[in-house]
Design a protein around this ligand. Structure first.
Ligand SMILES: [Zn+2]
Length: 71
């Protein structure tokens, strides 16, 4: 079972090493099961949780980034 790469809440970089991924929060979604907020192990303490509306916008930006081809 392969999961999509997590994105660090602090630095917006993908977390490529599963051992480096720390779940810092779980946020409920309006129309789904919600999602887990991830951060690099060394960034977990630096994450500032933001409000869900802003997060939704950020997730849209992140998913748009993911869909772009690597350059
Ligand atoms: Zn990070």
């Amino acid at each position: 079972m392969t999961e999509p790469p997590h994105v660090c809440r602090h630095c917006d970089e993908r977390i490529t090493d599963p051992d480096d991924a720390v779940a810092v929060a779980h946020e409920a979604g309006n129309s789904g099961p919600g999602w887990t907020v991830w951060a690099h192990r060394e960034h977990a303490d630096l994450v500032e949780l933001i409000d869900p509306d802003l997060l939704r916008i950020m997730l849209r930006i992140w998913s748009a980034k993911v869909q772009q081809p690597e350059t």
